[in-house]
Design a protein around this ligand. Structure first.
Ligand SMILES: NC(=O)C1=CN([C@@H]2O[C@H](COP(=O)(O)OP(=O)(O)OC[C@H]3O[C@@H](n4cnc5c(N)ncnc54)[C@H](O)[C@@H]3O)[C@@H](O)[C@H]2O)[C@@H](O)CC1
Ligand SMILES: [K+]
Length: 498
């Protein structure tokens, strides 16, 4: 089935509420009918994923998400399934009350959830507790139910959103359902694609419920999912000078590896030339390990100056340290006003001495670095990664990549893309150094700064996924170099990696 033309678009709850209203008007149907369509989509998904299923338990919350659950109960019963239904509250309002009445009119029983209650046995649990209306951590009674469902050992289908996950931020303020499959209704939701969402959503399906395309066309999304794109093609007559010259600046005592990984990934992402400015003691080992790198020992700004002049793009920060040596190089490099990727200690120094950038600049903080750059805690960053990345772009006048599950890429005009690839194997040392080198290489080859950041994040994450086919645990940053080479050339099967 071809993807829906607007499946990349991601919205906020406020936007979704407006879209629901315009969808109802455009379709000329009642809210109840839209809810019935949602329930029908959920039943289809359930049948597709678990065709042998005979008996399910649906858990309904107080709002319209619970309403979806009641109507799913009606349709599932009509389809011959045995249905148990648990409700969090004794009453329902509005559309949800109508849905509950429809369930009860057919003789359906409702078990009112009691905090000390026992989870009904079921072959599968349907989570219809909270949807986009969740506005705080689930209440204590729901917490126990969520916990029991998560530990039931049975598959879980979530309706619209896994309950407990904040649809806007991707954060879980308290307990949250871990779904195997989430069927989300009408349109993409940004909080399903970043941060904690990675552990809660499972397989994500979009059911557009027959909403006409005009509703999507009239809504400008808050964010978009990255799609896999080929790198810009290169002229056959290109010489190495046409593909740019990246200068990696970093590698304080004991941190040669970071500079090496950034340099190697820049080479693998296609930079024409890559130089490394590092501590003199690292020159021999880096040259021996990767002779294609031009490695220079620099003891301070004077030695750095001629290298800065020759470079077209700077990758500043891998293993740089924050002591006098790193700080002096950092100041000199920033004064060169060249296209720049700033990472690691380059960002920690920026947090100490904030400035705005006029040359094309990409900052690549992980949540801890982002917290230092904004003067808040890492937890506050994770509570709303979208707000954090947008604030960083404004404060530093740069493109910002906020790393972590579902990396975000944002520019100062509010544009925001979300990376759908990557895996927890990439939460290991050196992965960030690779990303720095990749983005720098793309800038050096002539990509615009937004394009370089998006292509770079995508390439890095897809190389990570490719490398993780051998296992996530124990994945090394250098394992990504071979798949990076292949993917950068549009080679999408695995033969090259072997
Ligand atoms: N409006 C529409 O047109 C459609 C809505 N649909 C469903 O409706 C959902 C949205 O429904 P609602 O806006 O009623 O919201 P929800 O059903 O998501 O939940 C909100 C309800 O829970 C309460 N609540 C929120 N956070 C709570 C917490 N932490 N602890 C306890 N109670 C809490 C709210 O006060 C409200 O009663 C969607 O996610 C979707 O599942 C679908 O039927 C598709 C059509
Ligand atoms: K739900």
């Amino acid at each position: 089935m071809p993807a829906h033309p607007y499946s990349r678009d991601l919205h906020t709850v406020a936007q979704l509420r407006v879209m629901e209203g315009t969808a109802l008007a455009a379709l000329g149907i009642s809210g109840h009918e839209l809810m019935r369509r949602a329930a029908n989509a959920a039943l289809n998904s359930l049948r597709r994923h678990w065709p042998q299923l005979r008996q399910i338990c649906i858990h309904c919350g107080p709002g319209n998400n619970g309403g979806d659950g009641f109507l799913l109960g009606v349709l599932a019963r009509e389809a011959g399934l045995q249905v148990e239904l648990v409700a969090l509250s004794a009453t329902a309002h509005g559309e949800a009350a109508l849905a509950r009445a429809a369930w009860e009119a057919g003789g359906g029983k409702v078990q009112l959830w009691d905090t000390n209650g026992v989870l009904p046995t079921a072959e599968l649990h349907v989570d219809a507790l909270y949807g986009i209306g969740l506005n705080r951590a689930p209440e204590p009674a729901a917490v126990r139910l969520i916990d029991l469902i998560n530990h039931s050992g049975r598959p879980v289908l979530a309706l619209d959103v896994p309950s407990g996950l904040n649809t806007d931020s991707g954060d879980c303020p308290g307990a949250a359902i871990r779904a195997d499959v989430t069927v989300t209704f009408i349109a993409g939701k940004r909080g399903l694609h970043t941060g904690r969402a990675a552990d809660q959503v499972g397989v994500l399906e979009l059911a557009t419920l027959g909403v006409p395309e005009s509703v999507y066309a009239d809504t400008s999304p808050d964010a978009r999912l990255l799609v896999a794109e080929a790198l810009p093609s290169r002229a056959r007559y290109a010489n190495k000078g046409d593909n740019g010259h990246v200068l990696v600046i970093g590698g304080e005592h004991g941190m040669a590896g970071a500079a090496r990984l950034a340099g190697e990934s820049a080479l693998r992402a296609g930079a024409g030339l890559v130089s490394v400015a590092t501590r003199a003691e690292h020159v021999f080992v880096l040259n021996a390990a990767r002779p294609e790198l031009m490695v220079h020992g620099v003891d301070g700004p004077q030695a750095l100056a001629p290298l800065l002049e020759r470079a077209s793009v700077l990758a500043l920060g891998p293993g740089l340290g924050q002591a006098a040596w790193g700080h002096a190089l950092w100041l000199t490099a920033l004064d060169a006003n060249k296209p720049l990727v700033l990472d690691a200690d380059g960002l920690n120094l920026l947090a100490r001495e904030p400035r705005q950038f006029t040359a094309p600049t990409v900052l690549t903080p992980h949540p801890g670095e982002a917290a230092r750059l904004l003067g808040v805690s890492t937890r506050e960053i994770e509570q709303d990664r979208f707000a954090a990345v947008r604030e960083l772009t404004r404060r530093y006048a740069a493109i910002v990549v906020l790393k972590g599950a579902g990396s975000l890429i944002a520019d100062p005009n509010g544009r925001l893309d979300v990376c759908p690839w990557g895996n927890p194997g990439m939460a290991s040392g050196g992965m960030g150094d690779l990303l720095t080198g990749i983005i720098a290489a793309l800038l050096a080859q002539g990509c615009g700064v937004w394009q370089a950041a998006c292509l770079g994040v995508g390439l890095h994450a897809r190389a990570g996924d490719r490398a993780a086919q051998q296992g996530e645990r124990g994945l090394l940053a250098s394992d990504l170099l071979a798949p990076l080479h292949a993917l950068g050339n549009g080679i999408s099967n695995c033969e090259r990696d072997a």
